[in-house]
Design a binder for this molecule. Structure first.
Ligand SMILES: [Zn+2]
Length: 687
C-alpha cells in the first residue's frame, strides 16, 4: 500500500521468503484464547448514531475521530501513526542499548548505536557549526565550467527515487537513480534515471494557481532567504529570488506526478551514446564518471524530455546561478545535522508551513528515523530478533496462501476473461514471492564507516554507501527475494519487477493482526492489506508486468477493454469524492490503489468465508475491522498535499471501498437512497 506520510516520505522495504502454495494450513483457532466476533468489535471507536449506509467511515470510527487530537508534533494521527510510534519506541530501546553497550556490540550494532548517538548529540553538532559543510561548499565554489559542473552533479546523485516499488518520484538532487531489474529483460539489473532538482514536493507547487499554492510558494521563498542567511551566503534576498526562478525553470520541464506514474511512457531505453544526442547540454561522460557509472551501457530514462530539459539548463543557465542553487541545496538537504538555527528553520518550513505540524518531534524520534534511513536493515535485524515471534510468521504465511488461493478462484470465476489471459494471471499469482516479517539475507555494512560525533559526515557516508550498494547490482542477476522495506516499518509493498511482496514485521501486529483474534477480524484488517498487495500485481500498472516481471502485454484486446471499462468506472467513482469544497480526489492518480483496495478486500472476504463458521455478526466484524484499519486524522495542509501527490485516496474513501462489495449491503441493511448505496451495476468488480 505504501503510504506517504509527509515531506519525509515513509515507505516500505522488507525481506522475502517464498510463499509456496503448499504452505501449512491456518492453525485452528484456540477456543480459549480466541474472542468471538461480538467481543472483538472495537465499539468504543464507533459512532452508531451514524447510519453505516450513509457514512461507513464515521459509523466505524466516529467516536474516535471526535475524541482524538493529532499530537502537536505530528501532521497526521491514525492506526499507522500509533503503530509507527510503537515501532519507534521499540527501535529506540534497541538502538540505545547498542549505543550504550558499544564495547560488547557486534560491528553492525555498534554502527547503529554510533549513528544514533551522533545524531542525538546536538551539543556536538552545534559546537562544530558550519565546519562539516565547508568541504562541500568549497567543491561547489570550485565549479569552473560545464564539465566540472556535470561531474559535480554526477557525484552528488544517489539512489533516492523508486518509481515502481515505493512510487517515489521525488529528489531534491538534480536527478535521481534507481537500480533494479530491466523492464524488458528479467535477466539483468540496470540503472533508471529520473528527473529531480526541486525544493518543493512537486512541480505543481511552482506551476499551479490557487491560494494554497501561493501560500506555500511565499513560505518557500522566505525559507530560501532564511537558509541562505544562516549559511552566510552574500545578498540572501536576491540570491533566493534567483534560486526560486531557477527551480521554476526545472519545474516547467518536469513531468507531472500522473505522467510519471505511466510506466509505458517511462519505459525508455537509452544506450550510453543516446545521452549526448537526446539530452545535450550536460557533459554526460563527466556526469556518469562522477556517479561511478562510466561503464554502464543501458539505462532506463524515465522522463526523457524532462531529463533533456534539465540538461539544457546546464548549458543555458549562468554558472554562478548553478553554484548558488547547488550550495543552497547542499545546506538545505542537511538541515537536520547542522546547528540549532538550521534545524529550527527546517522545521519551520518542512514541518509547519508544508504539513501544518505545530511542534517539532523530539530529537530521539528523528534520530530513530535517521538511523533507520541510514542503516535500516541492520536495525531491522535487531528488531525482528526481539519482536517477531515465529508463530506469527507461520500463521501469516497461511493467511497469504489462503488469500492467494481466493484470488486464483476469483480469476477462474471471471466471466469476461479469456482462458488465455486467465492462465497468465494465475501463473502470476502462483509465482508470487511473499516476504513475511523480514528478509532471508541481510545487507552487508562492513564498508560503511560510522564515527561517533560526526553526525553530518555519517549521513554523507551512509547515503554514499547505499548508492554504492545499489549501483553494484548492475551486471548481477535480479534477486527476487530482495526487500525494499525495513522490518520495523509499518507498511507493506508490492514489487512489480520482482513479482514479490514485502510485509514488514512492524505491521503484523494488532489491530491488523492478532494471533488470538477470530478470522473475520484478521482477514478484514491484515487480510485486506495482504489482498491489496497481491492485487497490485493486477492493478492498472501491475497488470502490465508478467510473472517474470517483464513489462509486457499478456492481455487479449477484448479482456483489456473490459478491464479498462471497469477502471474508468472506478475513476469516476473516486473523482466524485470531495475532501474539501475546492478539491476533489483524482480518480486517475489513485486508480491503482483503488483497484488494489477493491480486489484486496474482495479476496480477503472470500478467504475469510472459506474458513467456515461465518455468521451475520462475523460479516459485520469483517467490514468494521476493515474500516477501522483506516481510522486517521490529518492536518489540512498535509491532507491537501497528499491529494495532489499521493497515489492513495484519503483514508475515509478507502474505508468506503466496502460499497463495491455485495456482501456489505445485507450485513448493514443498506438501502437504496442512502449516500453510499450503489446500484448493483455500478459496483465496480475488477477482479
Ligand atoms: Zn498500495
Amino acid at each position: 500500500m505504501t503510504r506517504i506520510t509527509l515531506a519525509t516520505v515513509a515507505l516500505l522495504t522488507l525481506a522475502g521468503c517464498r510463499a509456496d502454495s503448499n504452505a501449512a494450513p491456518t492453525p485452528s483457532a484456540n477456543a480459549e484464547t480466541t474472542k468471538t466476533a461480538a467481543q472483538e468489535i472495537d465499539r468504543a471507536s464507533m459512532d452508531t448514531s451514524v447510519s453505516p449506509g450513509d457514512d461507513f467511515y464515521h459509523y466505524a470510527n466516529g467516536t474516535w475521530l471526535k475524541n482524538t487530537e493529532i499530537p502537536a508534533d505530528l501532521a497526521s494521527y491514525g492506526v499507522f501513526d500509533i503503530l509507527g510510534e510503537q515501532s519507534q519506541q521499540r527501535t529506540r530501546a534497541l538502538v540505545e542499548a547498542a549505543a550504550s553497550g558499544r564495547e560488547t556490540a557486534g560491528p553492525d550494532e555498534r554502527k547503529v548505536g554510533d549513528y544514533y548517538a551522533s545524531y542525538l548529540d546536538e551539543a556536538t553538532i552545534d559546537r562544530r557549526g558550519l565546519a562539516p559543510l565547508e568541504p562541500v561548499l568549497k567543491e561547489i565554489n570550485a565549479i569552473a565550467d560545464r564539465k566540472s559542473l556535470s561531474r559535480w552533479i554526477g557525484q552528488s546523485l544517489r539512489a533516492d527515487v523508486d518509481p515502481l516499488n515505493a512510487t517515489n518520484f521525488y529528489t531534491d538532487r538534480v536527478f535521481g537513480f534507481w537500480f533494479a531489474q530491466d523492464l524488458n529483460d528479467p535477466s539483468r539489473q540496470i540503472p533508471y534515471l529520473l528527473q529531480g532538482g526541486l525544493g518543493l514536493p512537486d512541480r505543481d507547487y511552482y506551476i499551479e494557481g490557487g491560494k494554497e499554492m501561493e501560500r506555500v510558494r511565499a513560505a518557500y521563498r522566505t525559507h530560501l532567504v532564511n537558509v541562505l542567511t544562516l549559511a552566510k551566503i552574500l545578498d540572501p534576498s536576491a540570491t533566493a529570488t534567483r534560486i526560486y526562478d531557477f527551480e521554476h525553470k526545472i519545474a516547467a520541464v518536469q513531468w507531472t506526478r500522473t505522467q510519471s506514474a505511466d510506466v509505458a511512457k517511462a519505459n525508455n531505453h537509452w544506450m550510453r551514446a543516446d545521452f549526448d544526442k537526446k539530452a545535450p547540454g550536460i557533459d554526460w561522460s563527466a556526469l556518469l564518471e562522477g556517479a561511478g557509472l562510466s561503464s554502464a551501457q543501458t539505462f532506463i530514462v524515465w522522463q526523457p524530455d524532462a531529463i533533456a530539459g534539465i540538461a539544457k539548463l546546464v548549458a543555458s543557465q549562468p554558472l554562478p546561478v548553478w553554484r548558488e542553487y547547488l550550495a543552497y541545496h547542499a545546506v538545505d538537504h542537511n538541515l537536520s545535522v547542522l546547528p540549532k538555527p538550521f534545524r529550527d528553520e527546517g522545521f519551520a518550513f518542512y514541518g509547519k508551513a508544508l504539513t501544518g505540524t505545530e511542534k517539532q518531534r523530539d530529537r530521539w524520534k528523528r534520530a530513530v528515523d535517521a538511523t533507520n534511513g541510514a542503516l535500516g536493515p541492520a536495525v531491522g535485524k535487531m528488531y525482528v530478533a526481539k519482536h517477531f515471534p515465529a508463530e506469527s510468521k507461520a500463521q501469516l504465511k497461511a493467511i497469504v496462501a489462503n488469500i492467494s488461493a481466493a484470488f486464483g478462484r476469483r480469476i477462474d470465476a471471471l466471466t469476461w476473461m479469456s482462458p488465455k489471459t486467465k492462465e497468465s494471471a494465475k501463473a502470476k499469482v502462483a509465482s508470487l514471492v511473499v516476504g513475511i516479517g523480514y528478509p532471508d539475507t541481510w545487507r552487508d555494512y562492513s564498508t560503511l564507516q560510522v564515527v561517533r560525533g560526526e553526525a553530518f559526515e555519517n549521513a554523507q557516508r551512509a547515503s554514499l554507501a547505499d548508492f554504492e550498494f545499489q549501483r553494484s547490482k548492475i551486471g548481477k542477476p535480479p534477486d527476487r527475494g530482495e526487500w525494499w522495506m525495513d522490518p520495523q516499518t509499518v507498511n507493506a509493498v508490492n514489487l512489480p519487477v520482482q513479482n514479490a511482496l514485502n510485509f514488514p514485521a512492524a505491521i503484523l501486529v494488532p489491530p491488523y493482526f492478532d494471533p488470538a483474534a477470530p478470522p473475520a477480524s484478521n482477514y478484514g484488517a491484515i487480510g485486506a492489506i495482504i489482498g491489496h498487495e497481491v492485487s497490485h500485481s493486477f492493478d492498472d500498472t501491475g497488470s502490465q508486468f508478467d510473472a517474470t516481471g517483464r513489462f509486457v502485454n499478456w492481455w487479449t484486446p477484448e479482456d483489456l477493454k473490459h478491464f479498462k471499462a471497469a477502471a474508468d468506472k472506478l475513476v469516476a467513482q473516486y473523482d466524485a469524492y470531495m475532501p474539501f469544497p475546492d478539491l476533489h480526489v483524482s480518480g486517475k492518480l489513485t486508480l491503482g490503489e483503488n483497484i488494489a483496495d477493491i480486489a484486496g478486500l474482495s479476496a480477503a472476504y472470500d478467504a475469510y468465508r472459506a474458513q467456515g463458521n461465518a455468521t451475520a455478526e462475523s460479516d459485520r466484524l469483517f467490514f468494521i475491522s476493515y474500516a477501522q484499519a483506516w481510522k486517521a486524522k490529518r492536518r489540512e495542509a498535509l491532507a491537501r498535499q497528499l491529494v495532489v501527490i499521493d497515489g492513495h485516496a484519503p483514508d475515509e474513501y478507502r474505508a468506503d471501498t466496502v460499497r463495491n462489495l455485495d456482501a456489505w449491503y445485507p450485513a448493514f441493511d443498506v438501502k437504496k437512497g442512502q449516500r453510499l448505496y450503489l446500484e448493483p451495476a455500478d459496483r465496480v468488480r475488477v477482479w
